[in-house]
Design a protein around this ligand. Sequence first.
Ligand code: AMP
Ligand code: GLY
Length: 425
Amino acid sequence: MKVLVVGSGGREHALCWKIAQSKKVDKLYCAPGNAGIAEYAECVAIGAMEIDKLAQFAADNQIDLTVIGMDDPLVAGVVDAFEAKGLRVFGPRKNAAILEGSKAFSKDLMKKYNIPTAAYETFDDADEALKYLETADFPIVLKTDGLALGKGVLICNDLEEAKAGVKTIMLDKQFGNAGNRMVIEEFMTGREVSVLSFVDGDTIKIMTSAQDHKRAGDGDTGLNTGGMGTFSPSPFYTEEVDEFCKKYIYQATVDAMKAEGRTFKGIIFFGLMLTPKGPRVLEYNARFGDPEAQVVIPRMKNDIVDVFEACIDGTLSDIELEFEDNAAVCVVLASKGYPVKYDKGLPISGLDTVKAHEAEGYYVFHAGTKLVDGQIVTNGGRVLGVTAKGATLKEARANAYKATEWIEFANKYKRNDIGKAIDEA
Ligand code: AMP
Ligand code: GLY
């Protein structure tokens, strides 16, 4: 088979690494890819949002399966464009990717089908939103309706902050058109867990759990980022939580989408909060998490291409998902200054050391790198994800931090407390 992966981050590197191991695959392409992905895949210089070009490339090169890693092209309808050309593609169609693409849609869906989530109101008008806030309880959460690179969520501690937030989102349009509509939501407390799943329209199969660290600084301080590190499994995702989610959340979401005429095939990522009142859905994503993929995929035993195909063909009920009985931790190495301002083009050393330890469960997934004159250099805010496995979460964490020392580049920055919560489990 010839397979094409669309995307260029650490998640897509983990996907390419895994797909390259499939017995079914003889040739792998990635558009646009990065310097790490180039080890497994031929990188093609087409951007993830150049949907027509991607579909044309797949048609011209007889690609048997395309896997979409990122949210933006899914929400923009990349799957529909491929299907229109008769091409096989893994991911939800546009009318189903709205599960991630519109918070107002996903909140209305949860309300209609009694899927547990925070109470909320939707607003198209800033004055209405401001009026609502006058009598609201604080803290309160403001969310842009549309995609905003994971940054369109503002937690406001009092009325003044919330008013400023409405201005930022709806009037100043800091998140562009994503902020034309806004959801105002009850503030919840509890631990967060990411649960990823494969879905074939009817059947849903849950992967092992994970937890992300979204803030830039130690102790969950600083700005929100794309994710500074992850661990898997989450010790807080107990059997009791799993049972609750199976009963009220997972299948209920798949059935709701089908009932709405928006049959979902692909990945549903459940962002859950384990509140004192039980698990609640914080958000849905329609793709693998980044950097959740970097800890979940290395622990997966199945041939991932079999699972992609089963989702497309509606035969997922025949597949048993299997994960290793161990743990993994990913620590992101970023450029100092991320997520605001940072230098690019700095040479990276030590990648070979990690590679030499791959058989022992050490991996480095490239997020923002580029090959310049034979030298791999930094090319983004998040540069690398260093993943290590271990028999336990503590062991995996110690291994991951050890491996971060093998890699050097100027302005290297990481959080030092990825997986700290493990100690409280
Ligand atoms: P989201 O993009 O919806 O996952 O939101 C990003 C982050 O904001 C989440 O991971 C939570 O940490 C936080 N958050 C979102 N919604 C709420 C809520 N209703 N209550 C408390 N925190 C929230
Ligand atoms: N790590 C969170 C996300 O991928 O949205």
